[in-house]
Design a protein around this ligand. Structure first.
Ligand code: SF4
Length: 153
């Protein structure tokens, strides 16, 4: 089974109430070939919510206690991101996920790049908190871009 970011399947769960529909991922979910998940909602957030970025590193650093996740107002939301990451890991184990496709650039779901913590739209190489935790636990995590490239080109 494949686990995918809910927003990629078209669910309006992003911080600003929008989705990031990827037609191929949407179709997989509609055919029950993929299960959708949103780590931030699992962590206790609701939609809409304040945008957040990782300050001082990436998801690996957050898990190691060396960086934090902060909302645009400066609120420390690290614990909620970690909670969402562990809940996603549980779900991945429960469905025996063989592949996890998560939305690139998100502080939770990014698996190659994330925003740099300055809220200026600038990216750095790194994992979001959930991607980092899933990878540490041996799961294959890729972005929607890699997924389409690998499986449909
Ligand atoms: S946490 Fe992941 S699934 Fe949820 S809205 Fe953000 S990118 Fe999409």
């Amino acid at each position: 089974m494949i686990l995918v970011s809910s927003c990629l399947a078209g669910l309006q769960v992003r911080y600003n109430g929008t989705h990031c529909l990827n037609k191929k991922i949407h179709d997989l979910a509609a055919q029950n070939k993929a299960i959708t998940i949103c780590p931030e909602l699992l962590g206790g957030f609701s939609t809409p919510r304040e945008p957040a970025e990782i300050e001082g590193g990436d998801g690996e650093d957050v898990l190691d206690g060396k960086a934090k996740v902060v909302g645009k107002s400066g609120r420390d939301v690290t614990e909620l991101y970690i909670k969402g990451a562990y809940a996603t890991l549980e779900k991945a184990k429960e469905i025996n996920a063989t592949l996890v496709v998560l939305k690139e650039n998100s502080p939770s779901c990014g698996s190659t790049t994330i925003y740099n913590g300055e809220f200026k739209g600038e990216k750095i190489v790194g994992n979001g908190v959930t991607s980092a935790l899933l990878k540490r636990n041996g799961l294959k995590v890729i972005s929607e871009e890699q997924f389409v490239k690998e499986l449909f080109s």
